[in-house]
Ligand binder design. Structure first.
Ligand code: ADP
Ligand code: ASP
Ligand code: MG
Length: 446
């Protein structure tokens, strides 16, 4: 039996029709494990619910809880009249309400409790999806698992780091590979070694699926979403972005890292470790070609795709003391490491270091204070990182001329190039970023 792990995102769980459409794909593909995201928009609603509870807006909490309840009960009524499932769903919804009340009464919410609240999204959707699977695939035994028992992580709430060997152990103990059973589980959620619920960070269901695929040594990992595969850029920015049929792990990994929302940034890491081919396709048009991600690909164009990461800031530390000073860089980066801040792009001159970071990093007062002890700190916000993803960029004469001519009306605040053969990054103003992407797309991809 070919072992296939499939993941369906929020838009594929939008309503009962989307669930049934997705279940038909699970059946057609003979998926061994299907992981699902929360129903469309629910994770956002759960985050909002926490905000309302913390800021003492109980009326708003009630309205939102009602919406969440209505939405899930409505899907249920269109799928089944099974009494036990209805009872389980109501119990989950009641537990969510009780937990929200607790947050409201205490008036604060730790990251640990936040993870517990947001985990309800996937726990609710997977219960409903199991019913869709049972309806669609009656000849198969459908088993709902609690992914928290399998996807073990450390205790970094909000962004748990997976414990790979522990996950493998749990996969071996949980899944019967005889082919009798098709499993349904939740993306995004896990638990630490004390059993407390954790999550993998926003968009983390892709990563969950890759970790499960690694855990069961799957033959294929499938990511089903609302577009027919990975395109040369975000189709919302360039309407004629074209689908990519085949792409390497390296290139797709860079795309995810530099903002292509279609894949969570770390999804490909487990797949690469086990050399599992990854397919990305649309659950709405499942007959479309989609994208295959492999170790080796036939075609390696100079520029394959362009991505964008918004809400970036440029942080510059400047000190005359850097002249001939050893250890300046390491002192700066030790501070970033201490505060667990990841830096994307770096440029240095003799007396300054500039790094691009997520804009939210600037809220980190301690980080800025500590950097200020080394030198004067300047910040610029409202920037976007535009990345060209491709091959052989380090060894192609004339690339720079074509690039800068195509975006001559755009001011480039920083350029990062030289470390990786797969990408070239430009930091530009947010308001110029779509123009830059369109022009670059026209010049390099057509
Ligand atoms: P899901 O809920 O299924 O995980 P996401 O919204 O996280 O779906 O990711 C799919 C979206 O990613 C698409 O609707 C598209 O707007 C966006 N996207 C960004 N960059 C790309 C790209 N290069 N190719 C295709 N889609 C992209
Ligand atoms: N439901 C989670 C989110 O919206 C995880 C995911 O969909 O990948 O972030
Ligand atoms: Mg996603």
């Amino acid at each position: 039996m070919k072992i296939i792990v499939s993941k369906f995102g929020g838009s594929s769980m939008k309503d009962h029709e989307a669930m049934l459409r997705s279940a038909a794909i699970s059946k057609r593909q003979n998926s061994f494990i299907t992981l699902v995201s929360a129903t469309y928009g629910t994770t956002d609603q759960l985050h909002l619910l926490i905000d309302y509870a913390v800021s003492q807006k109980w009326d708003e909490c009630e309205k939102l809880l009602f919406k969440i309840k209505e939405n899930h009960l409505n899907i249920l009524s269109n799928l089944t009249d099974d009494h036990k499932t209805a009872q389980n769903l109501r119990e989950l919804l009641n537990n969510l309400e009780t937990l929200t009340k607790g947050v409201f009464l205490i008036g604060e919410c730790s990251l640990k409790i936040k993870d517990r609240v947001v985990s309800f999204g996937e726990r609710l959707s997977s219960l409903l999806y199991t019913e869709a699977m049972k309806m669609t695939w009656p000849e198969k035994e459908i088993t709902l698992i609690d992914s928290r028992n399998v996807l073990k992580t450390d205790s970094t709430f909000g962004k748990g780091a997976p414990l790979v060997s522990e996950i493998k152990k749990q996969c071996n103990a949980t899944f019967d590979k005889s082919g009798k059973i098709a499993y349904v589980g939740q993306g995004y959620i896990g638990s630490d070694m004390n059993g407390s619920t954790t999550t993998l960070g926003r968009g983390g269901s892709d990563y969950s699926a890759a970790l499960f695929a690694e855990g069961v040594s799957a033959d294929v990992l499938e990511i089903w979403t609302d577009v027919a595969g990975i395109a040369t850029t975000d189709p919302r920015i360039v309407a004629n972005a074209s689908p990519i049929n085949e792409i390497s792990y390296d290139e797709a990994g860079e795309m995810a890292q530099y903002g292509a929302k279609i894949l969570h940034p770390t999804t490909l890491v487990p797949a690469m470790r086990e050399k599992i081919p990854v397919f990305v396709g649309s659950s709405y048009e499942s007959d479309e070609k989609g994208t295959w991600i492999h170790q080796e690909v036939k075609e390696k164009p100079l520029i394959r795709a362009i991505t964008k990461r918004s809400n970036q800031a440029l942080l510059t530390v400047r000190t005359p003391k850097m002249l001939d000073a050893f250890g300046f860089m390491s002192r700066i980066f030790n501070i970033f490491t201490k505060h667990k801040i990841s830096v994307d792009c770096i440029t240095t001159s003799e007396i300054s270091v500039a790094v691009s970071v997520d804009q939210s990093t600037l809220d980190h007062k301690e980080l800025i204070d500590e950097l200020s002890q080394i030198g004067s700190v300047a910040t610029e916000t409202g920037l976007s990182l535009v990345s060209l993803i491709g091959n052989q960029m380090l060894h192609t004469p004339g690339l720079g001329k074509r690039l800068f001519t195509s975006i001559e009306e755009v001011n480039t605040r920083m350029v990062c190039f030289g470390a990786s053969p797969y990408n070239l990054n430009l930091l530009v103003k947010d308001e110029d970023s779509n123009l830059a992407i369109s022009n670059l797309h026209k010049e390099f991809i057509g």
